[in-house]
Design a protein around this ligand. Structure first.
Ligand code: 5GP
Length: 191
């Protein structure tokens, strides 16, 4: 089986990774989303098997024990997320490249395992104020506690940006999309 390429998008929750991922997937038909496993509850607009595989903590740890994850993290207290090895193989088998939307540790972990065929991009927001506003905007999905946990984590996470191949400040979404599309196309197709 031919190994495809990997695009790793990381950045704090609320930085715009999901929107940017969807944009890339809509523009590059050769790219497929890596569906992660998570133990968090499903949101109203999400579908099991499309956005995530929503599984129980027991099932998650049974997969951990069987070494089925390429990487996994307790991204927020008692909320586990992980990338299945077989998900990566499934995408490559279909002759596509794979796009990850993972937290920073997960992103760096994947980069370490696949240094030669991966492009890692850190999406950053230029102020905590903007990040807070974005998290509050979607707060019908998240409790106040969850928002504070996410903000606290984001403060720490910005210092990891330098470990990624590229950092993009998502100030103007239109510009960010344009830049990221260029970066990803150059990496996949060489132009
Ligand atoms: P959310 O709960 O908002 O969907 O995602 C929370 C965080 O978990 C985001 O930063 C997202 O990128 C990250 N995440 C999603 N899937 C994975 C995964 O498989 N592994 C890791 N390490 N992080 C993930």
């Amino acid at each position: 089986m031919k190994k495809g390429k990997m695009i790793i998008l990381s950045g704090p929750s609320g930085s715009g990774k999901t929107t940017i991922s969807r944009y890339l997937l809509s523009k590059i038909p050769d790219l497929k989303f890596s569906i992660s496993c998570t133990t968090r509850s499903i949101r109203k607009n999400e579908k099991n098997g499309k956005d995530y595989y929503f599984i129980s903590v027991n099932s998650f740890f049974s997969k951990v024990k069987k070494y089925q994850f390429a990487e996994w993290e307790e991204v927020y207290p008692k909320l586990f997320y992980g990338t299945l090895k077989k998900e990566i193989l499934k995408v490559w088998k279909s002759e596509k490249h794979i796009l990850f939307d993972v937290d920073i540790k997960g992103g760096l972990n994947l980069k370490k395992q696949y240094p030669n065929n991966s492009l890692s991009i850190f999406i950053m927001v230029n102020s905590m104020k903007i990040l807070k506003e974005r998290l509050i905007k979607r707060s019908f999905e998240e409790s106040k506690d969850q928002i504070n946990i996410r903000l606290k984590k984001a403060k720490k996470e910005n210092s990891y940006a330098k470990l990624f191949d590229f950092t993009l400040f998502n100030i103007d979404l239109f510009q960010t999309k344009k830049k990221i599309l260029q970066l990803v196309c150059r990496f996949i197709y060489g132009y």
